[in-house]
Design a protein around this ligand. Structure first.
Ligand code: NAP
Length: 484
C-alpha cells in the first residue's frame, strides 16, 4: 500500500519545555519518526526552548539520547540520527522573565509556519503567549499548541481562553488531547461515517448501553503534587473521557472539517443531563501494605482526592434518550486498557430455544493496548448436536490486519503535531468545548467538596470499588473485564 502523505513547506517548531519529560518521552522521539519517514521537509527546524544551560550541540545530545531511549533500535540508524541532529536548535529562554526572547526573535523566521508547543506547566501558558505576541516573534502563520491541563475549573479555563485570545485568534490555538490523535479514535469516525452498516443502528432503539473505560496500572507516583489537587474527574474525565464520549455519541457532521466536527461534539456536552449522586462512584486505592496506597504515592498523610471514578450518564437528545453511557477511569487498576464498548440490544424475538446461548452483539473499540476493533456476533456452534449458538469475535486487530503498515504508523503526538503544521484543528479542542466540559464537571466536584465526600477505598490492581460494579449490576448489566 502506498502511503499518501500531504507534503508541507519548511516550518519551525519551537518547543517550550523542550528539555522536559513529555518532550523527552513523546514529542522528540515522535518528531524523529516523522523525520525518518520523510515528513519533515528540507529546512524545517525544531527549536528547544527552556531555562537549562544548553547550546545547540547540548540539545542535540539530549534529543539523541531521548530518541535512542524511546524509538525502536531498528529505526535508530546513525545516518538518520546525524541528519536529524542538524534540524535541532536551542534557545535559553525564561518564560516568566525577559531573558532569551531577543535571541528567540533573532532566530525566528516569521514568514514560515511557526508552531509554538507549550510543553510546560500551565502557569506558563499565558506568559508565553503574551511574550510571543508582544515581542513580535509570532508571524502571520504562527500557531500555539497548549498542553493539558486546560484550566482547573470553568473560571480558570475562561481566564486562560481570554488571555490566549488577547494574543492569538482561535484558528491559531491548538488545545491538545492526545487521545484524539490515536489511530482507533479516528477509526471510530471512519467506522461510523464511512460505512452504511453501523450508523442506522447507532441510537437508543438498537443500542442497549455504551461503556467507556480508561484503566491504568500506574499510580500517581512522581506526579502526586499535581494529581492531589486534580483527581480523576479533572485529570481524565473532563478531557479524555469526555472527548471519547463526544466522538461516540455525536451526530454525523456535515463534513470532516474542524468546526463541523467540533460543533457536533459541543452539542453532546451541552446535552448531558446533570448526574445523580447515586450514579457516581469515587475511589482511592489503598493496600494492606501502606506503601501500595495512594497516600504514600502522593506523599501526603490524608487526602480525599479520587484516583478512580465511575458514572452513569444520560444524553438528553432524540438519538440517545434511554441509552445510558457508563464511564470509568482509574489508577492502579488490574490492567492498562482503554476501550469503548457499544452493546447492542438483543433481537426482539428469538426463534431459538431459551438455552441455546444467544446473546447481544457487542462492538468494542480498543485504544490501548493492541489498537483495534472487534464485533461480537452470534453464530451456530459448528458440528452436530442441534442448534446451539456461540459468540465469536469478528476481530480487526490492526496489527494483524495491517501488519507493517500499522507498526510504522505515527503515534498520537506526532500525528497531532503534523496536523498543527498543516493547520488542521479537527482533532483539537475548541475553547467553547473545554468550557462546556468544565461547566458539566464543576458542579459535581463542588458537591463533593461541599459534602467533604470521602472516596471509597479499593485494592491496588483490582477493578476499582465494588460500588462501580454495582452501578451496572443494579441495571442488570456488567462491565467488560479489565484486561490487557
Ligand atoms: P516537566 O518534565 O516538569 O518539564 C517542564 C519543562 O518546562 C522543562 O523543559 C523546563 O525546563 C521548562 N520550564 C520550566 N519553567 C520554565 C520557565 N520559567 N521558562 C522556560 N522553561 C521552563 O513537565 P512535563 O511532564 O514535560 O509536562 C509539560 C506539560 O505537559 C505540562 O503542562 C503537563 O501537564 C503536560 N503533560 C505532560 C505529560 C507527561 O507525560 N509528562 C502528559 C500529558 C500532559 P527548564 O527547567 O530547563 O527551564
Amino acid at each position: 500500500m502506498v502511503s499518501r502523505v500531504i507534503p508541507v513547506d519548511p516550518f519551525d517548531l519551537v518547543i517550550f519545555g523542550g528539555t522536559g519529560d513529555l518532550s523527552r518521552r513523546k514529542i522528540l522521539p515522535g518528531l524523529y519518526r516523522r523525520f525518518r519517514d520523510g515528513q519533515m521537509p528540507e529546512g524545517a527546524r525544531i527549536i528547544g526552548a527552556a531555562r537549562s544551560d544548553l547550546d545547540d550541540e547540548g540539545f542535540r545530545d539530549f534529543v539523541e539520547e531521548a530518541v535512542r531511549s524511546f524509538v525502536s533500535k531498528r529505526k535508530c540508524d546513525p545516518e538518520t540520527l546525524a541528519a536529524f541532529r542538524k534540524t535541532l536548535f536551542f534557545v535559553q529562554v525564561d518564560a516568566l522573565g525577559d531573558d532569551g526572547w531577543a535571541e528567540l526573535k533573532d532566530r525566528s523566521k516569521p514568514d514560515r509556519v511557526q508552531a509554538f508547543y507549550f510543553s510546560v506547566g500551565p502557569r506558563l501558558f499565558g506568559p508565553i503567549a503574551e511574550r510571543l505576541h508582544t515581542k513580535g516573534i509570532a508571524g502571520p502563520q504562527a500557531r500555539i499548541v497548549v498542553e493539558k491541563p486546560f484550566g482547573h475549573d470553568i473560571e480558570t479555563a475562561r481566564a486562560l481562553n481570554a488571555t490566549l485570545a488577547e494574543h492569538f485568534d482561535e484558528s491559531q490555538i491548538y488545545r491538545i488531547d492526545h487521545y484524539l490523535g490515536k489511530e482507533t479514535v479516528q477509526n471510530l469516525m471512519a467506522l461510523r461515517f464511512g460505512n452504511m452498516l453501523f450508523e442506522p443502528l447507532w441510537n437508543a432503539q438498537y443500542v442497549d448501553h455504551i461503556q467507556i473505560t480508561v484503566a491504568e496500572t500506574v499510580g500517581v507516583e512522581g506526579r502526586g503534587d499535581y494529581y492531589d489537587k486534580s483527581g480523576a474527574m479533572r485529570d481524565m474525565v473532563q478531557n479524555h473521557l469526555m472527548q471519547l464520549l463526544c466522538l461516540t455519541a455525536m451526530e454525523p457532521p456535515s463534513k470532516f472539517d474542524s468546526d463541523a466536527v467540533r460543533d457536533e461534539k459541543l452539542k453532546i456536552i451541552r446535552a448531558l443531563d446533570p448526574i445523580a449522586p447515586e450514579d457516581l462512584v469515587r475511589g482511592q486505592y489503598a493496600g494492606d501494605d501502606e506503601t501500595a496506597s495512594y497516600l504514600a504515592d502522593a506523599e501526603t498523610d490524608s487526602s480525599d482526592t479520587e484516583s478512580f471514578v465511575a458514572m452513569k450518564l444520560h444524553i438528553a437528545n432524540w438519538r440517545w434518550n434511554g441509552t445510558p453511557f457508563y464511564l470509568r477511569t482509574g489508577k492502579r487498576l488490574k490492567a492498562r486498557m482503554s476501550e469503548i464498548v457499544v452493546r447492542f440490544k438483543e433481537p426482539p424475538h428469538s426463534i431459538f430455544e431459551a438455552d441455546t446461548g444467544q446473546s447481544a452483539n457487542e462492538l468494542s473499540i480498543r485504544l490501548q493496548p493492541n489498537e483495534g476493533m472487534d464485533l461480537k456476533v452470534t453464530i451456530k456452534e459448528p458440528g452436530p448436536g442441534g442448534m446451539r449458538l456461540i459468540d465469536v469475535p469478528l476481530d480487526m486487530t490492526f496489527a494483524d490486519a495491517l501488519g507493517e503498515e500499522l507498526a510504522d504508523s505515527p503515534d498520537a503526538y506526532e500525528r497531532l503535531i503534523m496536523d498543527v503544521i498543516r493547520g488542521n484543528q479537527t482533532l483539537f479542542m475548541r475553547g467553547d468545548e473545554v468550557e462546556a466540559a468544565w461547566a458539566w464537571t464543576d458542579p459535581i466536584i463542588e458537591d463533593w467538596e461541599r459534602r467533604r465526600d470521602k472516596p471509597t477505598v479499593y485494592e491496588p490492581f483490582s477493578t476499582g470499588p465494588e460500588e462501580a460494579l454495582m452501578l451496572l449490576h443494579k441495571d442488570g448489566r456488567r462491565w467488560r473485564e479489565i484486561r490487557e
